[in-house]
Design a protein around this ligand. Structure first.
Ligand code: 13P
Length: 295
């Protein structure tokens, strides 16, 4: 069943937990996300990033995700991730998305507020929830393969806790994406999260907070971030990497049988699906932070 971004994050808030927000640029990942939500009893957020338009077009993936989510017994939100164009958000809302993350983090502050507010007006019209970003992650979602590194290397700007209150008021957003040490992509070395930034934000505003760059973070850091107010954790890169490794081992196994052994595509989709189920299953349970299944 479909639950919008605001309501699904309110559930996380009530249970001192975070929800996995998995970017699902393939049917294997979408199926895995829905199956994990049904099997574990925790709600899930399925995301399509504007930057993934070239991997799978919105017009193709949206009808499939919406139909599968509607008929599922699990609570599912379908969120547009890192949307930089209001026209793209309009298309996603028309196709049935019930959440939008408008990313104006690279714009000057006043413009970020202005465009985010316009996104909020669109979302209200559709009964969808809105996420916006203040501060900057530096590295971009869907960027080059080796983008990432540390927050400093990526050029991240931590969210200013004082500005956060003004931003929430000026935009009408439902949930706030914060920059506090995570980066998109592959980490080079241990990520160093600044929980003090989160606690300062939390003291000033009441809306649920979001961690981007959530894959590659340790389970202990997830728990600390959730205790500091994180309610949605965006998870993509490492799940895609593990699925890629599963596919590589299928190819390696076949190649061992002879260089002319046929490699079938369907064996790779099964390996990728199983890998996503394992990865999402693990993080969904860690993010539950001890909360009992909700379904
Ligand atoms: P990762 O690159 O760490 O998986 O982050 C994904 C993300 O934040 C999507 O918005």
């Amino acid at each position: 069943m479909l639950t919008n971004l605001r309501d699904i994050c309110a559930i996380a808030e009530q249970n001192n937990m975070a929800l996995a927000a998995v970017n699902s640029a393939s049917l294997e990942a979408v199926r895995a996300a829905i199956d994990v939500a049904e099997q574990t009893g925790y709600p899930i957020i399925i995301q399509h990033a504007e930057a993934h338009e070239g991997v799978v077009p919105l017009k193709t993936i949206a009808p499939a995700v919406v139909a599968l989510a509607e008929r599922s017994s699990a609570q599912i939100c379908i969120n547009l991730d890192h949307c930089e164009h209001l026209s793209y958000a309009q298309r996603a809302l028309d196709l049935g998305f019930n959440g939008v993350m408008f990313d104006g983090s690279t714009l000057p502050y006043e413009q970020n507020v202005e465009y985010s507010r316009r996104a909020a007006e669109m979302c209200v019209e559709y009964g969808a929830g809105l996420e916006c970003e203040l501060g900057s992650m530096g590295s971009r979602e869907g960027g080059e393969r080796d983008e990432g590194g540390t927050a400093e290397e990526a050029g991240a700007i931590y969210t200013d806790p004082d500005q956060a209150a003004d931003f929430v008021k000026g935009t009408g957003l439902d949930i706030l994406a914060c920059s506090f040490g995570t980066v998109h992509g592959i980490y080079r070395g241990e990520p160093h999260l600044n929980f003090d930034v989160l606690e300062q934000i939390r003291k000033r505003i009441k809306v649920p907070l979001v961690m981007h760059g959530g894959s590659g973070v340790s389970d202990d850091d997830y728990r600390s971030a959730i205790d500091a107010g994180i309610r949605k954790i965006n998870y993509y890169t490492y799940g895609a990497k593990y699925a890629g490794e599963a596919v590589r081992s299928v190819i390696d196994d076949r190649t061992k049988q002879g260089s002319d052994a046929i490699v079938y595509w369907h064996d790779m989709t099964v390996a990728a699906y199983e890998s996503f189920v394992q990865t999402f299953g693990h993080v969904v349970k860690v993010f539950a932070n001890g909360a009992a299944p909700l379904a």
